[in-house]
Design a protein around this ligand. Structure first.
Ligand code: PQQ
Length: 251
C-alpha cells in the first residue's frame, strides 16, 4: 500500500488526540473543580517527576542525534525546562525555567518547595510510567523519540483549560502559580511545529513507517494515561472487597 499523503498522515496523528489524558477521569474531575485540595496537591507533587524527566529525555535525544540542525533546535527544550543565565553588557538574560515555574505552582497550591523537590509524594507507579518515557528516548533511534514528543499537539488545550478553570474552581490557588501553563502555550506550539514537520517528513517513506509513528504516539499517550492512573489511585481511598464480601455476592 502506498504511503498516506502528508495531509492524511497528519490527520491520523491528530485523531490520536481522542486518547489524550484530557479525557482521563482524574483530569475531567480536575477541570470540573471536583478535586479536593489534597488531591490537587498530590497531582502537582507527582507531576513534578514528569517535569524533571523532560530535559533528561531531551538530553537523551541530543546524545543519540548526529544531525547538527536538529540538535540546535532541540536544545532549546532543555533550556525551557532547566532555565539559563547568560551574562552580558545589559546585565544579562535570565530565565529560571519550567522546573522552577512548576515548583512555584507547588507553592501556589500550598506545598513547600521541599515537598515538591524531595519527591516524597511521588507514587511508585508514577515513576514507572515516566521512566518508561525516558528509557524509550534512550534506547530507540532519536527519530522515534522525536515522534514520541507529539502528544504536545494536544497539550495547549489542556494548559488553557487549567488557566480558564482553576481561578473559579480552585480560588484558593494563587493565580501567579499558573505561569507555568501560560509559558507552555507558546513553547508547546513552537515545539510541536518542529516535531510534526520532522515526523511528517521522516516517516513518509512507507505506510509501515507511518504506522510506526502512529504506534509511537500511542505509546506516549499510554505513558500519560498510566501516569494519570497512578496519580488518581495514589489520591483515592480504595475499598477492596474482602473475601467474605465477595463470597456473599457470589451466592
Ligand atoms: N510533553 C513534552 C515532551 O514530550 O517533550 C514536554 C511537555 C509535555 C511539557 O513541557 C509539558 O508541560 C507537558 N504538559 C502536559 C500536560 O500538562 O498535560 C502534557 C505534555 C505532553 O502531552 O506530553 C507535556
Amino acid at each position: 500500500m502506498p504511503p498516506w499523503s502528508a495531509e492524511e498522515f497528519e490527520a491520523l496523528l491528530r485523531e490520536k488526540g481522542t486518547s489524550y489524558h484530557i479525557y482521563h477521569p482524574f483530569h475531567v474531575m480536575m477541570a470540573e473543580g471536583r478535586l479536593t485540595r489534597s488531591q490537587l496537591q498530590g497531582w502537582v507533587a507527582n507531576r513534578f517527576y514528569y517535569q524533571i524527566a523532560i530535559p533528561v529525555k531531551d538530553a537523551a535525544i541530543l546524545s543519540n542525534c548526529s544531525d547538527r540542525e536538529i540538535r540546535r533546535e532541540w536544545i532549546q527544550r532543555i533550556l525551557d525546562h532547566d532555565g539559563y543565565a547568560q551574562l552580558g553588557d545589559g546585565g544579562g538574560i535570565h530565565d529560571p525555567g519550567g522546573i522552577e515555574a512548576w515548583i512555584r505552582l507547588g507553592e501556589a497550591v500550598g506545598l513547600s518547595r521541599d515537598d515538591v523537590t524531595s519527591l516524597r509524594y511521588v507514587a511508585p507507579a508514577a515513576r514507572f510510567a515516566v521512566d518508561a518515557y525516558i528509557n524509550f528516548a534512550r534506547q530507540r533511534p532519536w527519530q522515534e523519540a522525536v515522534a514520541s514528543s507529539l502528544t504536545e499537539l494536544f497539550a495547549p488545550h489542556i494548559h488553557q483549560q487549567r488557566i480558564d478553570t482553576w481561578p473559579t474552581q480552585y480560588p484558593w490557588v494563587d493565580t501567579a502559580g499558573l505561569q507555568y501553563f501560560r509559558n507552555r502555550l507558546t513553547q508547546a506550539r513552537r515545539d510541536v511545529e518542529h516535531g510534526l514537520r520532522f515526523t511528517l517528513d521522516y516517516f513518509s517513506q512507507s505506510r509501515a513507517l507511518q504506522q510506526r509513528a502512529l504506534d509511537i504516539l500511542q505509546f506516549k499517550l499510554d505513558v500519560l494515561w498510566a501516569l494519570a492512573d497512578a496519580i488518581m489511585l495514589s489520591q483515592c481511598e480504595v475499598h477492596i472487597a474482602g473475601p467474605r464480601e465477595l463470597g456473599a455476592r457470589a451466592q
